[in-house]
Design a protein around this ligand. Structure first.
Ligand code: ADP
Ligand code: MG
Length: 583
């Protein structure tokens, strides 16, 4: 075995370490939650890797926790995916996640709460809240590991890695053992009673068994020598003698929350599950929990976050931002499958647990699976029901839903033919009569003028631009309500809406707008046309190829002339948008 190599932490990790080591933070319990959740993640990852990289089925996975009072050690072990040497360096010496820098800064200035550490991808380092030395033994499940076990070790300032001699990981195939050399003031974590309480709290939502090497007092019945010897026909008097025994006790015997009957789960349990499982800070905006039985069988629990998940703030379809966890018979498969819910529900977080899909389900199988198509359809149905419920019964909540996720629904309307018609009832636009709130198409229709059979809209870069479009003059004069399409997405969306409740959507900026006219108006128009025909011909000649045609129109009130698109033309905003997409 070669001597250990010594490595420096990346500067940012160094800062996290300094803060944690010197932390006077009193609730040090969080370290256990972080290490347990890492171990559970590692089991999830192995499950997935076993599907794609290995022919051997993985051994049953679990977590084990035990103590060594003499040496003041707390040991947390899993038989999950393990880490290669390079992965130890990469994962336990650097910070990959963006957004962590801010957290570190706030942590340093005392603004951030240490208990949030796990949400910033630095949960592991919380081990140093209670330990002055941490050893990590790990054997990777990946083939290139060649069965080697590596030992990562640190007292907080730098770390070393060397090949380990120990072979006492409980996992045959792979796993990680974390040995915490507890600080003197953290001895309480040797107490199995305390550990058992904490583990029950933190492991409730973890689907792998968590075992604690638990000390129990057992009473043996032995002959009581101090008693007088028994007489004929009498029994020897016995006494109880206490004896410590250790056994592996399972800490999480509760059914996973999505398997329970929705009637027996309360809101705070859902919230807790949501926060722990999806590393969320917020409360869920909605909860949809149901089961389907019959030809196909599955359970689903879906949340809509009340604030946009961080990963989606920069890229609304970031694959990293997907978090619908697919389970097959309680076994976690993957949370990044694209086919579980449509793209326009990327922001949903949840669990689907199927009884029918095969355990070795991969992306290709899934794409073709009829079962999955049915699951997807049912999940979307239920989630839309939940949102419909908001829409009908909780306008404020619906408004905040729409502010956050409206753009997803608009995209859905454009790209998802299966749901195009359904999504129309949710869309909201600004309009010339909507005031401070946006309006739905239903509301628009309820305000339509007698005899009006079309839904009018105008495009413009922003509400103000739409408001002052020349074409609006006539509409205002005639008192027609006009929807404002204020960004390229609105505009694409308006094109794919086409019609709603039998009413066509019409762009007032495009030629062919035919507002109802009285006989007098028609006559006047004919005269005007005659009068200005020569001017129009002359203008067309002057402008040549730059315009398609010059037309006398009565759509303006005060402006003398306006540029319009042909009925099938693109608006200037759209043209600019298309251009920006291709360069
Ligand atoms: P996060 O869990 O948010 O990624 P952590 O600081 O908790 O951040 O862990 C960093 C990384 O270290 C994990 O992403 C994982 O790759 C690796 N890791 C930590 N604990 C284990 C473990 N028990 N088994 C395998 N890998 C682990
Ligand atoms: Mg973690």
């Amino acid at each position: 075995v070669a001597d250990g190599e010594e490595f420096e932490f990346q500067a940012e990790v160094g800062r996290v370490m300094d803060i944690i080591i010197n932390s006077l933070y009193s609730n040090k319990d969080v370290f256990l939650r972080e290490l347990v959740s890492n171990a559970a993640d590692a089991c999830d990852k192995k499950r997935f890797l076993a599907l794609t990289e290995s022919d051997a089925p993985p051994e049953p996975m679990k977590l084990r926790i035990n103590t060594n009072k003499d040496d003041r050690l707390l040991i947390i072990e899993d038989n999950g995916v393990g880490m290669l040497k390079d992965e130890l360096k990469e994962n336990l010496g650097r910070i990959a996640r963006s957004g962590t820098a801010n957290f570190v800064k706030e942590l340093g200035s005392g603004e951030a709460d240490v208990s949030l550490i796990g949400q910033f991808g630095v949960g592991f380092y919380s081990a140093f809240l209670v330990a002055n030395q941490v050893d990590v033994y790990s054997k990777s499940f990946k083939k290139e590991s060649e069965g080697k076990i590596w030992k990562w070790s640190s007292s907080g300032h730098s770390y070393s890695i060397k090949e380990a001699e120990e072979t006492d990981l409980f996992g045959e195939q792979s796993g990680t053992k974390i040995v915490l050399h507890l600080r003197e003031e953290a001895q309480e974590y040797l107490d199995t009673g305390k550990l058992s309480d904490l583990l029950k709290k933190y492991s409730e939502f973890i689907t792998f068994p968590i075992e604690l090497y638990n000390e129990k007092v057992q009473y043996d019945q032995v002959p009581d020598e101090s008693a007088p010897p028994p007489k004929e026909g009498e029994k020897q008097k016995m006494k109880s003698v206490p004896r410590s025994v250790y056994e592996w006790d399972i800490m999480n015997k509760m059914k996973p929350i999505w398997l329970r009957n929705p009637d027996v789960v309360n809101q705070s349990e859902y919230t807790e599950f949501y926060k722990t499982t999806f590393k969320a800070f917020d409360e869920p905006m909605t909860v949809t929990h149901f089961k389907v039985e019959g030809q196909i069988e599955f359970r689903a629990l879906v949340f809509i976050p009340s604030t946009m998940p961080f990963e989606l703030t920069r890229d609304m379809f970031s694959p990293e931002g997907r978090a619908m966890r697919l389970y097959v018979k309680r076994v976690f498969i993957n949370d990044k499958f694209e086919d579980l819910v449509p793209r326009w529900l990327t922001f949903a977080r949840g669990v689907v647990d199927s009884e029918d899909l095969p355990l070795n389900v991969g992306r290709e199988i899934l794409q073709k699976s009829r079962t999955l198509k049915i699951i997807r359809k049912r999940v979307v149905r239920k989630v839309l029901d939940t949102i419909d419920d908001l829409r009908e019964n909780d306008p404020n909540k619906f408004e905040s839903f729409w502010t956050s996720y409206g753009k997803y629904f608009k995209v859905g309307l454009v790209e998802d033919l299966d749901y195009k018609d359904e999504l129309k009832r949710f869309v909201r636009f600004w309009s010339s009569k909507s005031g401070d709130n946006q309006t739905s198409l239903d509301e628009y229709i309820s305000r339509m003028k007698e005899g009006q059979d079309k839904i009018y809209f105008v495009t413009g870069e922003g509400r103000r631009a739409a408001e002052i479009a020349p074409a609006m003059e006539k509409m205002r004069l005639k008192d027609y309500e006009v929807l404002y399409m204020v960004d390229p997405l609105d505009e694409i969306c308006s094109q794919s809406i086409v019609d709603y409740e039998g009413k066509k959507l019409v762009d007032i900026n495009k030629a062919g707008l035919d507002l109802d006219k009285s006989e007098d108006e028609k006559k006047e128009m004919e005269e005007t046309t005659k009068e200005f025909e020569a001017l129009a011909t002359w203008l067309k000649k002057q402008l040549g190829e730059r315009v398609q045609k010059v037309q006398i129109s009565d759509r303006l009130v005060e402006s003398p002339a306006t540029l319009v698109q042909g009925e099938w033309g693109m608006s200037p905003m759209m043209q600019r948008y298309m251009k920006s997409q291709t360069t």
